[in-house]
Design a binder for this molecule. Structure first.
Ligand SMILES: NC(=O)C1=CN([C@@H]2O[C@H](COP(=O)(O)OP(=O)(O)OC[C@H]3O[C@@H](n4cnc5c(N)ncnc54)[C@H](OP(=O)(O)O)[C@@H]3O)[C@@H](O)[C@H]2O)[C@@H](O)CC1
Ligand SMILES: Nc1ncnc2c1ncn2[C@@H]1O[C@H](COP(=O)(O)OP(=O)(O)O)[C@@H](O)[C@H]1O
Length: 482
């Protein structure tokens, strides 16, 4: 599991650490790690000696890091050229070190470069990039190196132009190949559109762990977490003890939603899937092991319900939703169930003690919360989670899971191939199966998003992806993971 901290917490930890080490120590540690990573990258295109390295240098310590790292590369024979965005505010010690090592200051992007270091702005950034910086950044994709390839961009701490605490990207921003960050990850490395701009993120240890005691702003699961948390049957398990998931999805009009959500549920750890709804024929044709009924009330015992995808919004659908919410079981609501909630008729039902998970996309979120998630998706998801006392899985490229207790997770496995009709139904089924198997709601949401994302990637290996392909890919992905 990785974790990311907010700027204010990073600042306090940095301050506490600085009080224990000589002046400049942290910047030197940062610069050493940064230079090391840049040197490795330069080796791919012919080595450090003779390489042209361009530094984009802003007015804070982020620019200072770039200057100090540039000096180390200059000392190893690189031709290091620094563009100072505000020469009157440059990090003076850093500039002197660079010049002493043989680096030079230039006014605009050169004709060729083998590596660009983005030290325009780091965790001290406010607002979008200012026009001079934005203009520079626009020219980066054109830069070619000695091997004719596009010059790789290494961002110092964060790609400039992103909002560090939220992962929002309000305007022009650097698109990095690698981001070398210091001490700990920040939210922009793992959530929102900023995460995609950070490229491969590498963490340089500067000793911050000793003073960083605040709770992380966001956690990111990895494969070993999912494998550790995934329920496995034991020798004494039977189909009931593994959990029975009830799936109340689909309708005569949308039978496919039922098939997709049941396929998602079948891939999960529960021992049995019960289907309640009017698409039993289609469900049973695909999954003979499913036990089907017309209504939730007649479905028999289950340990968790999935309700919503393709259910419709008529009176029958309303009845089914009410039946599901009236149980004392964990419930996952998606799609039409969320639309039905918005009318307010079910607000009272929502005050339930048993766990509730909702899985809105942005449109559903807006209808539920009364406003779009906006630029701070973590804060938006947290607010809704606390308001309705549910785990909120806010879908997107970096799907977010937020809990009423104030914890946030970001899913790292998303893939835009998942943006295909019905893939959310598959996710809902899988998540429901985890709930039925007794996994706590927060973990179930994190695990389902992770595996669903991997399934999208796996399916894409064979060409264009439909949601049925995502559902089919769940089992091979789990076979690799577990
Ligand atoms: N944390 C740690 O442990 C360590 C941190 N370290 C490093 O320090 C970095 C933080 O340095 P920092 O505090 O000096 O802030 P930083 O981001 O360089 O610049 C802020 C200045 O930029 C400007 N500016 C603001 N917004 C802007 C915009 N949108 N577009 C353009 N310009 C903008 C504004 O200055 P102005 O131009 O207004 O005078 C503002 O004052 C951190 O990211 C890491 O690299 C490591 O060295 C060691 C350990
Ligand atoms: N651009 C994107 N990048 C990555 N994942 C995406 C993107 N757009 C959507 N997704 C994912 O695709 C799925 C779509 O779900 P949803 O919108 O409910 O579709 P449907 O209702 O058709 O099943 C979600 O898991 C979401 O996180």
């Amino acid at each position: 599991m990785r974790q990311a901290w907010r700027v204010a917490d990073v600042r306090s930890a940095e301050k506490a650490l600085m009080a224990t080490v000589p002046d400049g120590t942290l910047m030197q540690r940062a610069a050493a790690g940064l230079a090391r990573r840049c040197a490795l990258l330069l080796h791919e295109s012919g080595g450090v000696y003779g390489a042209t390295v361009v530094l984009l240098v802003g007015s804070g310590d982020n620019g200072g890091d770039a200057l100090l790292a540039g000096a180390r590369l200059a000392a190893r024979g690189a031709r290091v050229l620094a563009i100072l965005l505000r020469p009157e505010h440059v990090h003076l010690a850093g500039l002197k070190t660079l010049l002493d090592a043989g680096g030079r200051v230039i006014e605009e992007l050169p004709a060729r470069a083998d590596l660009v270091m983005d030290g325009i702005v780091g965790i001290g950034a406010t607002g979008g990039l200012r026009p001079p910086a934005a203009a520079l950044v626009k020219g980066l994709p054109e830069l070619r190196g000695r091997d004719g390839a596009r010059a790789p961009v290494v961002a110092v701490d964060v790609p400039s132009g992103v909002t560090v605490d939220t992962g929002d990207v309000p305007g022009d921003a650097v698109h990095a190949d690698i981001t070398v960050t210091f001490g700990c990850l920040k939210p922009a490395h793992v959530v929102g559109p900023a995460a995609a701009l950070a490229g491969h993120v590498e963490l340089v240890d500067i000793g911050l762990g000793a003073t960083l005691h605040a709770a992380p702003a966001v956690r990111v699961p990895d494969a070993s977490d999912i494998a550790e948390w995934w329920p496995r049957p034991s020798a004494s398990s039977d189909k009931y003890s593994r959990g029975v998931v009830g799936v109340a999805t689909g309708s005569a009009q949308y039978p496919g939603a039922a098939v997709l959500s049941v396929t998602g549920a079948q891939a999960g750890p529960a021992g049995m899937v019960r289907y309640a709804g009017s698409a039993s024929r289609e469900v049973l044709r695909k999954h003979p092991s499913v036990v089907a009924a017309e209504r939730v009330a007649d479905a028999g015992r289950v340990q968790a319900w999935v309700c919503g995808s393709g259910l419709g919004t008529d009176d029958d659908a309303r009845t089914e939703l009410r039946s599901v919410l009236a149980t004392s079981l964990p419930v996952l609501l998606d799609a039409d169930a969320l639309t039905l909630l918005v009318g307010g008729q079910h607000a009272a039902d929502l005050r339930r003690d048993a766990p509730l998970v909702i899985t809105p996309h942005d449109g559903e979120f807006k209808r539920l919360a009364g406003e779009a998630p906006g630029p701070d998706r973590m804060a938006a998801a947290l607010k809704l989670a606390s308001w309705i006392n549910a785990v909120v899985l806010l879908k997107g490229d970096r799907t977010i899971v937020a809990t009423p207790a104030g914890e946030v997770w970001a899913n790292p496995t998303g893939s835009s191939v998942l943006a295909t009709a019905g893939s959310g139904d598959v996710l809902a089924g899988l998540l429901g199966s985890l709930l039925a198997a007794g996994v706590p709601a927060e973990k179930a949401a994190v695990m389902a998003a992770y595996v669903h994302g991997l399934a999208g990637r796996r399916a894409a290996e064979d060409g264009p992806v439909t949601s049925a392909d995502v559902a089919e890919a769940l089992r091979p992905v789990l076979a690799d993971l577990l």
